[in-house]
Write a protein that binds this ligand. Sequence first.
Ligand code: 5CA
Ligand code: ZN
Length: 479
Amino acid sequence: MSEKLPKKDENFSEWFSTVLSAAEITDFRYPVKGMGIWLPHGFAIRKNVLKIARELHDETGHQEVLFPLLIPESFFQKEAEHIAGFESQVYWVTQGGLSPLEVKLLLRPTSETAIYPMFKLWIRSHADLPVKVYQIVSIFRYETKATKPLIRVREITTFKEAHTAHATLEDLMQELDTAVWIYSSIFDRLLLPYLISKRPDWDKFAGAEYSMAFDTLTPDGKTLQIGTVHNLGQNFAHAFDIQFENETGSHEYVYQSCFGISERVIAALISIHGDDRGLVLPPEVAPFQAVIVPIYYKEKEKEVREVSEQILSKLRKAGLRVQFDDRDDLTPGAKYYYHELRGVPIRVEIGPKDIHANKVTLVRRDTLKKEQVSMKSMIERIQQLLDEITENMKTTAEQKFKERVFSAKNIEEVKKIVTSRSGIVEVSWCGEEGCAHELEEEISGSILGTPVTEKEIAVSECIVCQKPGKVVVRIARAH
Ligand code: 5CA
Ligand code: ZN
């Protein structure tokens, strides 16, 4: 609890792991690498983030389902590229009790090969389409790169995967737009800045036609992929034989998409908004939007407690999530420290002086600014302050992000930016894979891909071969 936080901008990695345990988000001391516990405060944040995700999927016609965790080997092996992409990351179940299993089972590393055999059974005619489902589950990937809490785990506990099937390519394209809209909306509500890039062909999801990814930046200048949308075309439809009868009575293969996010979104939320005192949570997902801290003086204790309780019930009636910190073994200062660390957006302080003046003191977490308001205008001011905090957090995060997206004219410049841990660089590229790999090697970074949503960005000659450039490509050090 009294762990001292390192400075976020000087030592992000240390800051991140310290804040996770100090603010009681997760505990990764569990004795299996890459697997950890969601503690109550972290779980409450996760629940609020998932509420937004569910809401947006539901309102766009996606239905929540739940598939088994285990997949028979034979299903997993139906799509060749998919196996090639995932087999090195699969956990296997080979034994049931004392006897070896006849059919080996794998723990899903993602659920295409669990879900699509069922799509084949569900889809008969065009009237059954589209199918749009999602689930929020644990998946397992035997990651070989260094694991890191929430960012690269082996049990991904908060995998929201959506899977869809459509009658026409046109419907699929529309669904891909919807998927991009859903993720943009989730990240916007979490006040997270991002860029959307079409991943290069050699880095797409295994089995996809192409992949689009949302990347944000952590304070160490590394990009964090917080979501992906995949156009699966008819690849899985062929592999799993998912056909439907069209209006004229002939059979066609469906077109498919899938898109996923994970607890990385929560990692981004923590890393981007946090500061040297701990978490700074967007009011929409903060488990408590305000905390009441009483300041007791001997003979006034009873009165302060009574007023605090009145305020608590008033604020709750107004629909706010509020907590009254009445612990008697902590000083007000210790409570301030505790709730700042946990990112509570507003602190309401009530002492004899406030009561005497018929006022309360409000302290906002994002700027730490203090103000006194009359009891009468308290509710309205708190609601207003929550909006101001949201607005300020959004602008601050966006501003910082924009300052870390650069353009460069030559490889030296790119190198300088990337090695000084500054962020993302946009350069012109001829489209040849060779040039891209040369660039990646030169600067030991990764190609994120080409812009998806932005309007035309001017293209000059390829930064590597100097031939005419075709597109802008983004490059950065990635998590
Ligand atoms: N089936 C598709 C879409 S549901 C799929 O699995 N896509 S994915 O592999 O790109 O994963 C979706 C998202 O999960 C990624 O964009 C990333 O944000 C997150 N993710 C992937 N691997 C991990 C991991 N080891 N730890 C935490 N998050 C991860
Ligand atoms: Zn080139």
